[in-house]
Ligand binder design. Sequence first.
Ligand code: MTE
Length: 325
Amino acid sequence: MLIRHPSGFDLKDNDVTPQSAYLRRREFLAAFVAAGGTLALPAAAQAKRAMPDDYALLKAAKSGYTVDDPMVPWDAVTSYNNFYEFGTGKGDPAKKAHKLITKPWTVTVEGEADKTGTYALEDLIDYNALEERIYRHRCVEAWSMVIPWVGVPLASVLKKFEPNSKAKFVQFFTKNSRKEMPGTFWPVLKWPYREGLRIDEAMNPLPFLAVGLYGRVLPNQNGAPIRLVVPWKYGYKSIKSIERIRFSETMPETSWNQSNAREYGFYSNVNPLVEHPRWSQASERVIGPQAGFSGALARRDTQMFNGYADAVAGLYAGMDLRKNH
Ligand code: MTE
């Protein structure tokens, strides 16, 4: 029997899973698996290691990482995106990202590590260890969304490459394909899109490599097949469609810092006290179910480190956060 799961692109308005139905579907599946049920995959497909389908992602264990506020609806998180490789408009990625080829996918690891090389995505991600983390996503343009990601901790993957003692930073690169990514025709940013973290930030338990969203395989516009999520930093640090990782001794280039160092620092920690020249960071527009996606908008005060201060403030002890913005 063929069970077809709509991808984000197949979805019509009335197909959109409301949050309550998503949670019920999860509960049903969890009960089914707990009762010893196996998913209806042919034996050959079960034996072969492959990227997961939506059912595999629904099995992801719930984690303690959650946020008290309601989650952003599926249709908002998959249609209001920044992914400049597909254009600078918020609606461009949902319209154009289907051009991105995500299978097969490899990640090349370079620099200060013992296990450098090119890895198939299936060899990097342990699909039996997937977990769901509900994080608040805060964009520098002063909006936020609460998003249920599925993936694995970044540190669990980076450790596999055995970074050496010179690895003080880690840099990530997005795929760079003029053919698949029409937005890269214009030099709005230095392509490939690149981002970086200090190694102790990267090894903190919070940064997450997401392969799914709302229990479904990540839609292309959200960074398929693998993207970073760093919840205490502005959204642009959460680089999408990662194809290369480089460990380095010196602070690496980042696309936004290169384009405008005054507006975009390397650290980019969410900080209501450090103003951005164009957007006040004191409060944010919440894109969520009650506020409506395009209707009346709720606002909330921005929290230091986006609400994750307990977990990360220690990383910056003694640093001037205004200077190191
Ligand atoms: N990654 C790449 N490769 N290209 C981009 O333009 N935009 C960033 C980040 N990652 C971007 C990117 C910005 S500005 C934000 S706010 C988030 O992706 C948006 O993620 P979302 O569309 O899943 O909400």
